[in-house]
Design a protein around this ligand. Structure first.
Ligand SMILES: *[C@@H]1O[C@H](CO)[C@@H](O)[C@H](O)[C@H]1NC(C)=O
Ligand SMILES: *[C@@H]1O[C@H](CO)[C@@H](O)[C@H](O)[C@H]1NC(C)=O
Ligand SMILES: *[C@@H]1O[C@H](CO)[C@@H](O)[C@H](O)[C@H]1NC(C)=O
Length: 477
């Protein structure tokens, strides 16, 4: 019944935070900490996911006022920085860019153009200074970004996440920093609707129409705009791409349907690839699929379209409940295990508050529903029901995505204990892809989904391989 306690407590926290001042919250939290640690039955702990968990997520999405509680504890200044702030905090250059899609969304894109300031920079050319303007508010004056020079790579984040995911474990550990250290010009993508991409030329985030998208639109509008922007900005005709989870889904679709844009991708590195979910063991995710059609209907009724936006309630919960030394920390790790698989040896609990401060990052209810459809019916466009399907697609059922169409060379890395992107799905996918360079499980047999970004040994077990695999495609063309 642990999940029951969890849900009740989350609802209580949300309500209290919303209603009350900090003293009451702290008192209540202390009580809850004790209650929850009693409820914790570590002997028989299994996946704690359940439909109730999903409902909690729903409640957190619904109540806008929850998003407004100030966080007082000042756990660490890093928690409040956006990705570019984090780059600067660690002494790296960083830039903010805005990328407009053909349907009017304005995506917030973050660029980590090179290694730490002052670090030995082999291919630096002091004369090659890029003085062109754009709207880069944060260009470091001492070290202007250069056109071309470093090979560009786009990193694409998973569902409910953002560009911040690639930085969270810090320099020396996080993939974005390692790539920058290895001499790459790293572009961190943000899909429409997440924390950093809520602008639109005509729509407001309060419009239902703003939230009428799924990963299909990420693949066919957001990513092409991003790729064209990076090509234009760097002058490089071919760039590399690393996707994780939904970040791979986006490229699978884009590369199958838009060969004209995919020709700019020299290598696609896929982590925890998702192009089918039929073997997904994640109970949280399965519960979500059961409920998502109803959630979509209820959310329409109440005019709520944004699913699990970043909120200070969740940030605060991360600080209060998941930090080292809190009795409730096992609940946090239990939740993560329920979603992605369990691998205690790789879990760095110290990092949890930082990770949770940045995830979830918001998406549309419709996107969640589309993933549910993929789980139940296979890798295909969103099913709107027969009438609307006929209007949109000219046929009764939605068209299937055909990954056999993609020509981009691809390296896949997957986890044998990944409960979301199950290895059986990946092993079935690889033979269908025409241009696979490698399709390998991570050496740790307990490797889970989130281990790709959070694990202690991700740099040794995965990132070193990624970077080695990228080397042969490292050309500046
Ligand atoms: C996008 O929205 C954010 C927050 O509302 C704002 O600070 C930013 O200037 C906007 N950017 C553009 C290009 O509209
Ligand atoms: C664990 O996380 C903390 C906080 O982010 C970090 O300082 C530490 O280096 C990490 N440990 C490992 C082994 O990655
Ligand atoms: C998928 O694409 C491949 C290669 O382009 C083609 O041979 C195959 O018939 C397609 N499959 C379907 C179901 O359309």
């Amino acid at each position: 019944m642990e999940d029951y306690y969890l849900v009740v407590s989350l609802i209580v926290i949300a309500t209290l935070c919303w209603m009350a001042g900090v003293v009451k919250v702290v008192l209540a939290l202390t009580t809850l900490c004790v209650a929850l640690s009693l409820a914790q039955d570590s002997g028989s702990r299994k996946d704690m996911a359940s439909d109730r968990l999903v409902w909690t997520a729903y409640v957190l999405s619904r109540d806008g006022s929850v998003a407004d509680i100030p966080r007082r504890r000042h756990f660490d200044p890093l928690l409040d920085l956006d990705p570019v702030g984090v780059m600067h905090y660690w002494g790296y250059p960083g830039e903010r860019h805005w990328v407009e899609t053909d349907d009017g969304y304005v995506l917030g894109v973050h660029r980590l153009p090179g290694p730490r300031r002052g670090a030995q920079d082999a291919d630096a050319d002091p004369n090659d200074v890029d003085s062109d303007d754009a709207d880069k508010e944060d260009v470091d004056p001492e070290r202007p970004a250069r056109k071309a020079g470093r090979p560009a790579v786009i990193l694409a984040h998973p569902l409910l996440s953002s560009s911040a995911e690639w930085l969270v474990t810090g320099p020396g550990n996080a993939l974005a920093f390692l790539l920058a250290d290895a001499g790459y010009d790293v572009w961190l993508f943000n899909v429409r609707g997440n924390t950093f991409s809520v602008n639109h030329t005509t729509l407001s985030v309060n419009d239902a129409a703003f939230w009428d998208f799924t990963f299909h639109e990420h693949a066919l509008h957001d990513m092409p705009a991003m790729i064209k922007y990076v090509v234009r900005e760097t002058g490089q005709q071919t760039i590399q791409y690393v996707g994780f989870s939904m970040g791979t889904t986006i490229m699978f679709i884009m590369a199958s349907e838009r060969p004209d844009v995919a020709k700019h991708i020299s290598l696609f590195t896929a982590l925890g690839p998702v192009a089918a979910l039929s073997h997904s063991r994640s109970r949280t995710f399965r519960a979500l699929t059961q409920l998502s059609p109803m959630l979509v209907r209820v959310s329409r009724l109440f005019g709520v379209h944004r699913f699990l936006p970043s909120s200070s309630a969740i940030k605060a919960a991360g600080e209060y409940f998941c930090a080292d030394g809190c009795l409730t920390q096992p609940l946090c790790t239990g939740l993560i295990a329920a979603l992605s698989g369990r691998n205690d040896a790789q879990m760095n609990t110290t990092m949890l508050p930082y990770a949770i401060a940045r995830t979830p990052s918001g998406t549309s209810f419709k996107n969640i529903d589309h993933f549910s459809q993929v789980l139940r019916r296979g890798f295909q466009a969103y099913d709107h029901g027969t009438v609307e399907n006929r209007r949109r697609y000219g046929q009764d059922s939605p068209p299937k995505y055909n990954v056999s169409n993609m020509r981009v060379p691809i390296r896949l890395h997957y986890g044998l204990n990944d409960h979301l992107a199950d290895y059986k799905d990946t092993e079935a996918l690889c033979p269908r892809l025409p241009n696979v360079l490698s399709c390998e499980p991570v050496a740790d047999p307990l490797w889970t989904h989130l281990d790709f970004v959070w694990a202690r040994d991700a740099p040794n077990l995965v990132y070193s391989k990624i970077i080695a695999g990228m080397e042969e495609f490292r050309t500046v063309a």
